[in-house]
Design a protein around this ligand. Structure first.
Ligand code: HEC
Ligand code: HEC
Ligand code: HEC
Ligand code: HEC
Length: 184
């Protein structure tokens, strides 16, 4: 009974500290400062423009096929935004901050405020430390992709009911990969 009392008393404090350590989304421009090659390659993919694709008059042929209204502006539609922006609904991210349009670096690598501090401090940081701070190595788990590529999208559902997310193939086209210089 006493134990239970102590736990309930401490829980709010524990939650407070956990929250204080929770990483925030910083936006692709912050990553670009140090990872210009990956940024430039990512910029050429549809992920960087996927917010524009929600607007009226864009991708009309594709939208028609999926049974969507080609004259409708879907860029304020919550049902679409959760997959066509980064960190949707999280504090400080879209729609609070409009810079988080499209599927940015942190959509795959996790919110960056904590791990980028580690990367900043030491180029030879330990990968384990960066991961503890929230860095995701995307090839380690396809779950991170499936939240958006799982078949809930009007395109994956209606256009091609046989849509199957090919994790291995898709990993290749995220952005060009460059060899690392330092030990991690
Ligand atoms: C101040 C510079 C800096 C910033 C800002 C920065 N990084 Fe890094 N990052 C580095 C350095 C240095 C490395 C190690 C590069 C190497 O070994 O060649 C690295 C490595 C990485 C790696 C590879 C980790 C591994 O060992 O496999 C990923 C992924 C990564 N960064 C993602 C990001 C993302 C996403 C952002 C933005 C949220 C970001 N970084 C911001 C400097 C930075
Ligand atoms: C936040 C949602 C979201 C997440 C998470 C996500 N994607 Fe995507 N991805 C999209 C959307 C939306 C598009 C299509 C953009 C468009 O055409 O408007 C896309 C497109 C792509 C493309 C096509 C890029 C091109 O131009 O050819 C590849 C490849 C891809 N995703 C791979 C992945 C992989 C691999 C993961 C997991 C590591 C992942 N995605 C995680 C939403 C997401
Ligand atoms: C569950 C996540 C999810 C939701 C919700 C979602 N999308 Fe997408 N959307 C995707 C993914 C993933 C792709 C890329 C599919 C692929 O090619 O792998 C995509 C692709 C697209 C494309 C490009 C199609 C092409 O062939 O070039 C358009 C346009 C689009 N979505 C519009 C919308 C609209 C409008 C809504 C809301 C009515 C919406 N999406 C809701 C995940 C989603
Ligand atoms: C759709 C998912 C996805 C997005 C978005 C994405 N990455 Fe990556 N990134 C990957 C994958 C996959 C790898 C390969 C590492 C692994 O998973 O094994 C990778 C690797 C890296 C690496 C390690 C070095 C290299 O080139 O392999 C860096 C640095 C990096 N990404 C930075 C970025 C930055 C900066 C952005 C935004 C401009 C970004 N990534 C956007 C999936 C993504």
């Amino acid at each position: 009974m006493k134990k239970f009392f102590i736990v309930t008393l401490l829980l709010p404090f524990a939650l407070f500290f956990l929250n204080a350590n929770a990483a925030d989304y910083v936006g692709a421009k912050k990553c670009k400062a140090c990872h210009i090659k990956q940024f430039k390659s990512w910029e050429k993919t549809t992920m960087s423009t996927s917010f524009e694709n929600l607007k009226a008059g864009v991708k009309t042929e594709e939208k028609k096929k999926a049974g969507l209204d080609t004259n409708k502006d879907y860029s304020t539609d919550n049902g679409c935004l959760k997959c066509h922006t980064t960190g949707y609904g999280k504090p400080g991210s879209y729609p609070e901050n409009q810079k988080f349009v499209g599927v940015q670096c942190e959509g795959c690598h996790g919110p960056g405020s904590n791990y980028l501090e580690i990367m900043k401090k030491n180029k030879e940081f330990k990968l384990a430390d960066a991961k503890k701070a929230g860095l995701i190595i995307p090839s380690e788990d396809e779950k991170g992709c499936i939240v958006c590529h799982g078949g809930d999208s009007p395109f994956t559902e209606k256009v091609d009911v046989k849509y199957k997310f090919n994790f291995k193939e898709k990993l290749k086209n995220t952005h060009e990969k460059f060899p690392l210089k330092y030990q991690h």
